[in-house]
Ligand binder design. Structure first.
Ligand SMILES: [Zn+2]
Length: 77
């Protein structure tokens, strides 16, 4: 997710929230749009398991790389 007015100069990893000029990652956003974690230090230093308060989806974060633990079920065609 990119903040309003942000100037993105390089790739933003999946589920990261990037703001500023130039844009930098400040946290993690759930698939539903709810911010779920904020980086205290550099994103590369962030490792945690986070659960969205709004929808309950779980994410595993290792050194800033976000993986969905409980991805939503695929929609039947
Ligand atoms: Zn959510």
């Amino acid at each position: 997710m990119i903040g309003m007015g942000a100037v993105v100069t390089r790739s933003v990893p999946d589920f990261h929230l990037a703001i500023g000029h130039p844009a930098r990652s400040i946290g993690i956003v759930c698939r539903c749009g709810e911010p779920t974690a904020r980086f205290d230090l550099a994103p590369e230093a962030f490792t945690a398991s986070v659960i969205c308060r709004a929808c309950g989806l779980a994410y595993d974060v290792r050194a800033g790389r976000v993986t969905e633990v409980t991805p939503p079920a695929p929609v039947a065609a």
